[in-house]
Design a protein around this ligand. Structure first.
Ligand SMILES: Nc1ncnc2[nH]cnc12
Ligand SMILES: [Zn+2]
Length: 331
């Protein structure tokens, strides 16, 4: 069976695609001293107890990203791998504050990533757009400043998101930044209900105006919330391998994907930080298909959900939905 239906990758942190090999290549190129002996030593540290233990390594390894070329190389490497696994459309998250605090300029980050996205369709057959994420464990006023700077420089972003350490950082702290985004016609998404409670999903919807919830798996703890999500068909971007690696759920067997689907929610499957969590979208499809005995038709439906949940224009959406039918006919 094949695990690579045409799909939209809607929950992907570009910095989370930094494979150990590229970390070492960039460290050598930039003369960055890393506290790891070699690639195998670095890879051996990819064992996490929770979200914070992952974020500690995630922010440490990204110090190798220094120049526009580094950001471009990382983006190109990701798009090449994603396309090989069936991805045909990407809405890419990036974390500018994580680079600004290291002294890397906003323009370096934005130009490096967007120069490759601008040619993603021609080079990789993947349409793409960019979403800025605010770090919820930093000052909410900083998020407003970063967004103003991005607007000022006319960065090619289509939306805003909210990520990093979730516990004790409720979405409502970021109301001002999200209101500013809305006034400028930007789309809004937010991580919620990954480690944080269902209450954070309510806040993401009602205070931030989030149109899509990243993760959202803990919504199941609140039946009223589940009804709301089902009724409004609010998209949830679910990342099974990530949830297991960060110990949000003990194993794929115990992942609540079947319950989410049973409840009639609009779920699609994504990879989050594939370099760290053991796989890209196709690897996530394989894991859930093998665990839950899903067939090609089930995967095709999840892939269609990803296009339905995306912010692409109607014409491209129809083209990609049709591509799923073609894949299914041949699968
Ligand atoms: N899974 C995740 N949750 C929150 N913030 C993140 N930043 C990168 N990956 C993340
Ligand atoms: Zn994420």
């Amino acid at each position: 069976m094949r695990f690579d239906p045409p799909a939209a990758e809607l929950h992907i942190h570009i910095e989370g695609t930094l494979e150990p090999e590229l970390v070492c290549t960039l460290a050598e190129r930039n003369g960055t001293e890393l506290p790891y002996r070699d690639i195998d030593d670095l890879r051996s540290r990819y064992e996490f107890d929770d979200l914070q233990s992952f974020l500690d390594l995630y922010y440490a390894t990204m110090q190798v990203l220094q120049t526009e070329q580094d950001f471009a190389d990382m983006t190109a490497a990701y798009l090449e791998r994603a396309a090989a696994g069936g991805v045909r459309h990407v809405e890419l998250f990036f974390d500018p504050q994580a680079h600004l605090v290291r002294g890397v300029e906003l323009k370096t980050v934005v130009d490096g990533i967007s120069s490759v996205l601008a040619e993603s369709r021609e080079r990789f057959g993947v349409s793409s757009s960019l979403i800025v994420c605010f770090l919820r464990d930093r000052d909410p006023a900083e998020a407003v400043t970063v967004l103003k700077d991005l607007l000022e420089m006319e960065a090619p972003i289509i939306g805003v998101g909210l990520d990093s350490a979730e516990r004790d950082y409720p979405p409502q702290l970021f109301q001002e930044a999200f209101e500013l985004a809305a006034r400028h016609g930007l789309r809004r998404v937010a991580h919620a209900g990954e480690e944080g409670p269902a209450e954070y999903v309510w806040q993401a919807l009602d205070v931030l105006g989030a149109e899509r919830i990243d993760h959202g798996v803990r919504s199941l703890e609140d039946p009223e919330l589940v009804s709301r999500l089902a009724e409004e068909q609010v998209p949830l971007t679910v990342c099974p391998l990530s949830n297991v690696r960060l110990k949000g759920v003990p194993s794929i067997a115990e992942h609540p994907l079947p319950e989410l689907l049973e409840a009639g929610l609009l779920v699609s499957i994504h990879s989050d930080d594939p370099a760290y969590f053991g796989g890209y979208v196709d690897d996530n499809f394989r894991a859930i298909a093998e665990q839950f005995s899903l067939d090609a038709e089930d995967l095709a439906q999840l892939a269609k959900n990803s296009f339905t949940s995306s912010f692409i224009d109607q014409r491209r959406r129809q083209e990609l939905l049709a591509a799923v039918d073609t894949w299914l006919a041949e699968a």
